[in-house]
Design a protein around this ligand. Sequence first.
Ligand SMILES: Cc1ncc(COP(=O)(O)O)c(C=O)c1O
Ligand SMILES: [Zn+2]
Length: 409
Amino acid sequence: MKYQLQCVQCGHYSSGFAAWFEQDQTCPKCGSKHSEVEYQADYSQLKTLYKQEADSFWHYFDYLPLEKRENIVSCREGAIPIESWDFLSDYARENHGIECRALVYRNDLNGGTQTFKDVAGSMAASLFKEHGIDQYCIASTGNTATAYAKYLSLAGIAFKVFVPAITNEDSIKEILSYGQEVVRSKGDYAQAKKEAADYARQNKVLISAGNFDPIRVEAKKTMVFEFMRQLGKMPEVYIQAVAGGTGPIAIDKGVREIEQYYPEVTLPRMLLVQQDLCDPMVQAWEQAVKGGFPEDYHKNYPVIDNPLTRVSILSTGNPGMYPVIAPIVRKSGGSFLRISEDGLPALARQVYDQRGICLGPASIVCLAGFFRALEEKRINQGDTVLINCGEGVQRAAAFHKEVMAVPGK
Ligand SMILES: Cc1ncc(COP(=O)(O)O)c(C=O)c1O
Ligand SMILES: [Zn+2]
């Protein structure tokens, strides 16, 4: 037995993904959908893996919930480079007197669909292949759907995607190009989720289990291993644009999985960024800070119906994962940050002028968080700051055009 799934609520063990899928991805004892994977693994081997080159996150096969390597469906995802972006460190020094190391995790270089959802797509397709699953569905605002569409089609698995009304056309076109099906909701993301759940129930099709889905979490936790492999240490600060919240949940899982063997692996201060036109988690956090973090602070959050944001990837107005994520952020000594959506094209242009690449809008939300963090004095002298840029620009043609229209330097 390589691994088991353990229920986070009641501790009950499920023997593996075969049982988990059989149980409709639910704990048979308490009904919770939140389980975590636990391994019978020799973690001393991780050190050896850190010394080697890696061409995908499957480098960490022994710590992933797949039994047979022959089931791997991969396009070289994960194990992407972490780059030093000196213009960011220079800015921090010159404008805030802060000496820090600003690093960017280049998810736009993932080999599948160029977003940080590729590792989850690869994990899902491989697992479904191993367990003979031939149909799957999801509600998604875009990048998860695109990644799953590609990887599941490579594994010959039929996939149906329910998207909110505002989803950008580029994402829809790409999903269709992989031969998968798109159902466009007339409503927002919450509505698309309801339609997907109804479809899954009525047709007995497996559905993505949301942001703490162990498939996604296990894939993304390998970020922690990659930070250790590439940097030799954990960053002090981790910045990410947040919508559903799989990223922070996965980093926390990765750290907890190995901290007993590697005490130097600690949770970075999490700075999670939302744009002002869809910022329910920031609002909830501000409320909690104001009230001095009362008991149950994490259960109080606003729901923004039909958010007006143009960053469709980050349009989760109902932050259902906030109760899970807020305690992680608090434990890490981090915060939620709000940035202005208006400033995105100009910042993307600055990145283009400095680095010669155009990143997608969700990546720029994340980068804007770096500047916001400096303003709020959340970066300390000597910090290593890992900025997780989640996507390239290829599915955001309108944004790309806007960026190119901004006068260059
Ligand atoms: C590029 C990009 N950045 C950030 C996010 C937010 O991810 P999370 O699920 O960790 O909130 C997503 C996905 O929604 C994304 O595609
Ligand atoms: Zn349970």
